[in-house]
Design a protein around this ligand. Sequence first.
Ligand code: PBG
Length: 339
Amino acid sequence: MGETNLLQLPVRMRRLRRTSVIRDLVQECQVTANDLVMPLFVKCGLEQPEPIESMPGIFRYAPAAAIKECEELFELGIRAVALFPCTDVSVKNEHGSEALNPSGLIPSLVREIKRALPQMVVICDVALDPYTSHGHDGILTSDQLDVENDSTVSVLSQMAVVLADAGCDWVAPSDMMDGRVGAIRQALDDASHTSVAILAYSAKFNSAYYGPFRDAIGSKKAGGKAYLDKGTYQMNPANAREAVRDALLDEDEGADLLMVKPAGAYLDILTRLRHSSELPLVAYQVSGEFSQIHAAAKLGWLEYERTRDESMLAIKRAGADLIITYFAKEFAQELTTNT
Ligand code: PBG
């Protein structure tokens, strides 16, 4: 039966890799529907869901269709959604004031989702980029060359209250201004929203992987440049220690969950945060991570399902508790059909 013990090895790692059942039994981590959050893009006035060219299988939904989508997701076991508006240019301005409109697209949708599906966890981004004419996440300085920190934080705090008033469960500041978590916590508490949690985009890097998302929400162009440079607020991709400092500050200011974004190219950051904080850790597998797998698969260069699953497993293994991913729905669909 066995082979000759030529090497006289006391330890043989392959014993536990012998069959797929054994491999399953000793598997260290797993991705389940319970770990996933589905991002949803919403836009007014659409008759049909509108495909996003650079993100195969992902659509912009009108509010009514978004609610239907939430119902399907919940049924599949995806019980958290992150909402992103595609705002019409006509409501954008330099100050992003539409972000404070209590009957705007997102606050109205949040009310309807919570009415239809009270158990669905609704996560709302807090940042001005969908609402500003220049596409930056905050208010510009008078020379228009940078984003002002403190005045932006004050608008974001009001925005968080508008979203909490609408009924969202978690507000997710994605702007990377300093001091915003503390200011938002204070504003929420002053407005008696003590049970609305803050999911802090703590380590959000100035990444090229956001390209397809900016197409999706239409925030990309600034003057002649194809993509905005958000380098004065988002983090330098080279810096890991700085990510830990920023995350610990967010924790001190009252963040309930910490996020690393993007995920796949920043697994070391996830692992470091897993060791530096006891807070739940969220990873955002961003648009570019999703689209690059699709693109390579379309060229026949990568096997689609295996690459997708491996990409999510790696994020989980690195230390994430939750993964925000555009793969969430189809992954849950396959889980239900395969069991
Ligand atoms: C901006 C925001 C971005 C994403 C989520 N919120 C992009 C950016 O910083 O320009 C990116 C998500 C993705 O790429 O999937 N507030």
